[in-house]
Write a protein that binds this ligand. Structure first.
Ligand code: GDP
Ligand code: CA
Length: 308
């Protein structure tokens, strides 16, 4: 079943892994967020694309939740000792990937091509595509000022309340090659349990991607990132409260109005699915191990089948 997954970083990577464990990996295309991309120490870092890449290649660090397993920190330690900036943590192995990507981008190659090279080099059959090759950057307006996504998230610990989320470059951004083709050829469209505002939001901010999703003729299923109204990790719950007015399944579904047919919510939110506006499916959504991922995907595929 040809499947497209819209994904952010950690929740996106976990879910993408669940998908390729249940659907032939070569049939899956992940469309990833680039709104968090940033330059660190002269290197182009794509935090969300890399989280998906590492998760699918089995290279991710499960405990830390980001970056690579078996990581060492010699380069960053040296940077710190020399008085360089260390607020954004990059491990040695991770830096190796950023070096390859940065060199290719400087040579004029588009991010989509570079990402394909990386996925092929890691032996993945699943395509990972940036939503766009064009500049698209997420800015967070807070009472303390405006920050880039990672500055707000990492350097400031996402403690500042969010007044607004803005996507620089969104008006001009075109979908990366292959994105629209994958959406149009898909038999199933999935929204990972990623942050709706800062992970899926930047993807949907590319007008042609949103339009392609709006005119879909196949089931579109989102998995809620909330369990019992709380994010598993990160600011999704706080952002939903402040920007959408609440943390119920209906508030999550409201972020994807017109774009999804089904919302998979956790058992802990089962009593709050009335008036959802889309088909609710109740499942256990915490992807703690392979068994949990398989059971979640059974619910997702069943929901899609029921709708098709
Ligand atoms: P980021 O870009 O690294 O911040 O990651 P994402 O936006 O892709 O994912 C963050 C979201 O994933 C958070 O809101 C979490 O609540 C959600 N999340 C992480 N793991 C799980 C899980 O196992 N199940 C569900 N339902 N949500 C999860
Ligand atoms: Ca992210």
């Amino acid at each position: 079943m040809r499947t497209v997954v819209l994904a952010g970083g950690v929740g996106g990577g976990r879910f993408a892994r669940a998908v390729v464990e249940s659907v032939p990996p070569a049939d899956v295309t992940v469309v990833g967020n680039v709104g968090d991309d940033l330059e660190v120490l002269g290197l182009h870092v794509s935090p969300d694309l890399d989280s998906v890449l590492y998760a699918l290649a089995g290279l991710n660090d499960e405990e830390r939740g980001w970056g690579r397993a078996d990581e060492t920190w010699n380069a960053l330690g040296t940077v710190g000792a020399l008085g360089g900036e260390t607020w954004f943590q990059l491990g040695d192995r991770d830096i190796g990937l950023h070096l390859v990507r940065t060199q290719a981008l400087r040579a004029g190659r588009p991010l989509s091509e570079v990402t394909t090279r990386l996925t092929c080099a890691l032996g993945l059959e699943t395509a990972i595509l940036p939503a766009t090759d064009d500049l698209l950057r997420t800015w967070i307006d807070t009472p303390a000022g405006t920050f880039s996504l990672e500055e707000w998230f990492v350097a400031r610990g996402h403690r500042d309340e969010v007044d607004a989320v803005r996507f620089e470059g969104a008006e001009a951004a075109r979908p990366a090659p292959g994105v629209l083709e994958a959406i149009e050829a898909a038999e199933l469209l999935l929204f990972a349990p990623s942050n709706p505002f800062v992970s899926i939001g930047p993807i949907l901010a590319v007008a042609e991607i949103r339009a392609a999703l709006e005119r879909r003729r196949v089931p579109a299923v989102a998995v809620s990132p909330l369990i019992g109204g709380r994010a598993v990790k990160g600011p999704a719950d706080a952002m939903l409260s402040r920007l959408a007015g609440g943390t119920s399944p209906a508030h999550v579904a409201g972020c994807y109005s017109g774009l999804i047919d089904t919302l998979v919510v956790d058992e802990a939110d089962a009593d709050a699915v009335a008036g959802l506006g889309v088909q609710p499916v109740v499942a256990r959504t915490l992807m703690r191990d392979e068994d949990a991922r398989r059971r979640l995907m059974e619910s997702v595929l069943e929901a899609a089948g029921a709708f098709a």
